[in-house]
Design a protein around this ligand. Structure first.
Ligand SMILES: Nc1ncnc2c1ncn2[C@@H]1O[C@H](COP(=O)(O)OP(=O)(O)O)[C@@H](O)[C@H]1O
Ligand SMILES: [Mg+2]
Length: 450
């Protein structure tokens, strides 16, 4: 790395000179400005990392220059210097984004220590930002695969949601429909992308643990609280908190969450102070919250607060051709991962994939492709490679309490299979897990010859 550049903005010639000497000795590149105009010139041209800024300049007020700097590049660190310090100015300066504040006259050695610390802070800040940017790459809008009308409109909605960084979002949809993915895409495409993304699965923790996970606790708040702990809401300041399976939040915490959503303030467990943070809540559930409200298991007021912006992730079976689009996407991905070279999915396999109900949605499809890739030997995935899929549909069939007319159901299934295969008996038989003789027998039995 090249040596950091420090800009000294100071009208007193002697002080400017001694700062330059000390900074050069430390190995920094130094720029000098005697007033606000010169300072702005340097800021416009050069890659400044840190500014030592005099509070009172002949033509400008240090605070206004500080604000300009922060607007231009929030990563530049500023240390203010003043001979007329007051608590108010100090508070104003820190609020406006100054790293620190030094009273004149100051000890030069100490000033150099302060500069060193400040520069270390910028370096870390930039590093974190770069890491976050890299981390966010997989969460561009393009990461959400789907061209079906249902998905096109969901993606349009997600763009709007991302663009309004304070809005609470409620993602609903069956398991595996992409709620986690959508939450990350919202975060990484919003103004909050530079801030943290924190998630918690509400059903995974006991009530006490969940409460302290979300709100934090003070030392001694309960038996295991050996030390003060910050909660996710605090840690996610200026970022996003993703509350997965929010429908499973215990009643007592529902009240606290409601208060937080209404006021953005909360107390740590065992705490007496109200803390305020700036976070967006994205909640997700695969439960029907309407029904949970009716059953008295979920607070109605919380439900309304959460569902300001409801986004329903459509199940796989409503996405038509997306099934194949996703299947091909995963073929590409597993080709890379497994160093394979699968080129295509044969028509029969494609047909079978499209006809599946996919109760586990994209997650299930992804697993199915992964398995098929492990089974397949050549460059084509055949229906046989997906064979294992066949039984998945009867696992979620439940015999209704009143029972069924088995023959009628059988007949309906045969008719549907024939329709789907365009009358091709071999294909229809495969869809039903039968051989040709078995389906022929039923076609005769039910008089379906035409
Ligand atoms: N539209 C989509 N495009 C690409 N991948 C998807 C899509 N929807 C879901 N996935 C993938 O499917 C898997 C399950 O999605 P996830 O977001 O965990 O679902 P949920 O949270 O609704 O259970 C993940 O690997 C996710 O990346
Ligand atoms: Mg999930």
């Amino acid at each position: 790395m090249t040596s950091p550049t420090v800009l000294v903005v100071e009208d007193e010639k002697l002080l400017r000179w001694s700062l330059r000497e000390a900074l050069s000795d430390e190995g920094y590149a130094v720029l000098e400005a005697a007033d606000g105009r010169e300072a702005r010139q340097h800021l416009g041209e050069d890659g400044v990392d840190l500014v030592l800024l005099d509070m009172r300049l002949p033509d400008a007020d240090g605070l206004s220059i500080l604000k300009d700097i922060k607007e231009r590049d929030p990563d530049i660190v500023v240390i203010l210097m003043t001979a007329y310090s007051s608590i108010e100015t100090a508070v104003q300066a820190i609020k406006a984004g100054a790293f620190d504040y030094a009273d004149k006259p100051f000890d030069m050695d100490r000033m150099m220590v302060l500069v060193g610390k400040a520069l270390e802070t910028t370096r870390l800040r930039r590093e974190v930002r770069a890491l976050r940017a890299r981390e966010s790459e997989p969460y561009a809008f393009d990461a959400i695969i789907g061209e079906s009308p249902a998905m096109v409109s969901i993606k349009r909605l997600l763009r709007k949601v991302a663009a309004s960084p304070a809005t609470t979002v409620l993602l609903t949809g069956e398991s595996g429909t992409g709620k986690d993915l959508a939450a990350k895409v919202i975060h990484y495409n919003s103004d909050r992308a530079g801030g943290p993304f924190m998630n918690v699965t509400c059903s995974a923790l006991t009530e006490t643990l969940l409460e302290s996970e979300l709100f934090g606790h003070e030392q001694g708040a309960f038996t295991d609280a050996k030390k003060r702990k910050q909660g996710l809401f605090e840690l996610a300041h200026q970022g996003t908190v993703y509350l997965d399976e929010v429908g499973e939040i215990p009643q007592s915490l529902q009240v606290k969450l409601l208060r937080f959503l209404e006021e953005r303030s909360f107390r740590r467990v065992g705490g007496t102070r109200d803390l305020t943070v700036d976070v967006r809540i994205v909640a997700a559930t695969n439960r029907n919250l309407d029904r949970a409200v009716q059953a008295g298991e979920f607070r109605e007021d919380l439900y309304y607060r959460l569902s300001v912006m409801p986004v329903r992730m459509p199940p796989m079976r409503e996405r038509g051709e997306d099934v194949l689009l996703l299947a091909r996407h995963y073929v590409d991905r597993f080709n890379r991962e497994f160093r394979r070279d699968v080129q295509q999915i044969d028509p029969e396999a494609a047909e079978r994939l499209t006809a599946q109900r996919w109760p586990g949605n994209v997650r299930e499809l992804k697993n199915a492709v992964e398995r098929a890739m492990l089974l397949a030997e050549g460059q084509t995935l055949s229906a046989d490679d997906f064979q294992i899929l066949a039984p998945s549909m009867d696992t979620d069939f439940r015999l209704p309490p009143a029972g069924i007319d088995f023959e009628q159901l059988e007949k309906q299934l045969v008719i549907q299979a024939l329709q789907r295969s365009g009358g091709n008996q071999t294909k229809a038989a495969k869809l039903l897990g039968m051989n040709r003789d078995q389906i022929r027998y039923r076609i005769e039995k039910f008089g379906l010859t035409d």
